[in-house]
Design a protein around this ligand. Structure first.
Ligand SMILES: C[S@@+](CC[C@H](N)C(=O)[O-])C[C@H]1O[C@@H](n2cnc3c(N)ncnc32)[C@H](O)[C@@H]1O
Length: 249
């Protein structure tokens, strides 16, 4: 892995460089669920420049294809992707099989409330063993779970396996929930630094770097905040289910 200084990252964000192989697998213009084309191109530039040995992503699909192609362009590497909906990402993963020099693994996991040291959080409850076995990671991309579940948990699961200099990229940073997630991560992990937080880029992007310090700080305020959000989401889920049951009666 090549370490990425701040100025290099900012120049990659604004760079116009494009790769033919990536252009061919970009998501359709204006698609609702996949990453934006802008973010896809940025991620490809990061991978080709940084040459990560191992990439971990939460929220598989079109972005998995972008990572596979750019890792292949960079000379090869390992991709581990986690999602809760096989029907959402299976098409992209079928295409991805043809990519050369890639060791790719897709984990389909249930999305459930998990009691963690950071509080009660929705997370991919079956993914931890594979994440541990395939680490350490140089790049972690967090684009799942969908916003109504919250995105705090993926980094808590991945954090012990981050290499020094690893980058963490969070999509959808324009949403207040994601901004609060970044704030809680920074309070929890003194070794994380916020390199970039650009609300105008795609749907907003936050880039953090792990400086190697593996100390952690537990803040009662963060635990309470994360837990109360999760409990509210669980209550909404129960309410939605009740409405569905009532509609069937
Ligand atoms: C924003 S999507 C992006 C996934 C991936 N990074 C990409 O570029 O395609 C994130 C998550 O939304 C989920 N998702 C997609 N369609 C959905 C739907 N109709 N209802 C609920 N979740 C959905 C996917 O399973 C995925 O985990």
């Amino acid at each position: 892995m090549i370490l990425m200084p701040d100025d290099c990252l900012s120049s990659l964000l604004n760079d116009e460089a494009r790769y033919l192989q990536i252009e061919e697998v970009l998501p359709a213009e204006g698609s609702a669920w996949p990453i934006s084309r802008e973010l896809a191109r940025f991620l490809a530039r990061v991978v080709v420049t940084m040459k990560p040995t191992s990439v971990l992503e939460f929220g598989a699909g079109q972005s998995s294809l972008i990572f596979a192609c750019s890792l292949s362009l960079a000379g090869g590497g390992r991709l581990t992707s986690v999602d809760h909906l096989i029907e959402y990402c299976s098409e992209a993963w079928e295409k991805l099989k043809a990519t050369e020099s890639i060791d790719a693994s897709l984990v389909i996991s249930r999305l459930r409330p998990i009691l963690m040291r950071e509080g009660l959080l929705y997370g991919y409850s079956d993914a931890a063993p594979t994440i541990a076995a395939r680490g350490p990671y140089d790049l972690v991309f967090i684009d799942g779970p969908p916003s109504r579940y919250g995105r705090d948990a993926p980094l808590h699961i991945a954090y012990p396996y981050l290499n020094t200099g690893a980058l963490v990229v969070l999509d959808d940073a324009v949403r207040p929930e994601e901004a609060m997630t970044v704030d809680r991560w920074l309070r929890r992990y003194p070794g994380l630094e916020l390199v970039c937080f650009d609300l105008k880029f795609g749907r907003g992007v936050a880039v953090l770097r792990h400086n190697g310090d593996k100390n952690v700080r537990l803040s009662p305020r963060s635990i309470a905040s994360a837990t109360s959000i999760c409990v509210t989401r669980m209550a909404k889920d129960v309410f939605r289910s009740l409405i569905k049951i009532e509609a069937c009666l």
